[in-house]
Ligand binder design. Structure first.
Ligand code: FE2
Length: 133
């Protein structure tokens, strides 16, 4: 299991709150893997990923638009890739291939390391300058 760690913080409370939900999703993927890819648990992880993408990405993007963030386009593209990937996993599950908890888990860990800890960190100063806390 992984726990929220201060190193993941962007120090903007609404966003850190969302990101801590992401670590919960990682933990659900770990549980799904431990339960031998239980269909129900894999579906649950994908449902959470879908909801997370819908709500959290639009929150971030709305601030980016509001503040005229210059890297909006690139950031949106990364979000889009996550959404596409989640849909592809869902498609596999619908087609009966749900032995994918390990694969999903690797992808989520990669997202934490490459998007949350790298791409998201790039907007901290910019959002801060625009008064977001
Ligand atoms: Fe993001």
């Amino acid at each position: 299991m992984i726990e929220w760690n201060d190193k993941y913080n962007v120090n903007i409370s609404v966003i850190d709150g969302d990101h801590s939900i992401f670590t919960d999703i990682i933990n659900k993927a770990i549980v799904a893997e431990q339960h031998n890819n239980s269909e129900e648990k894999v579906k649950d992880v994908l449902k959470e990923m879908t909801m997370y993408a819908l709500s959290h990405f639009s929150t971030e993007e709305a601030y980016m638009i509001e503040f005229g963030y210059p890297k909006l386009q690139h950031h949106k593209e990364e979000h889009h890739v996550f959404t596409i990937r989640t849909n592809a996993y869902l498609n596999r599950v619908i087609n009966g291939d749900y032995q994918i908890a390990g694969e999903i888990l690797e992808y989520l860990k990669q997202w934490l390391a490459r998007h949350i800890q790298v791409t998201d960190k790039k907007y901290i100063d910019y959002f801060g300058k625009n008064g977001l806390k």
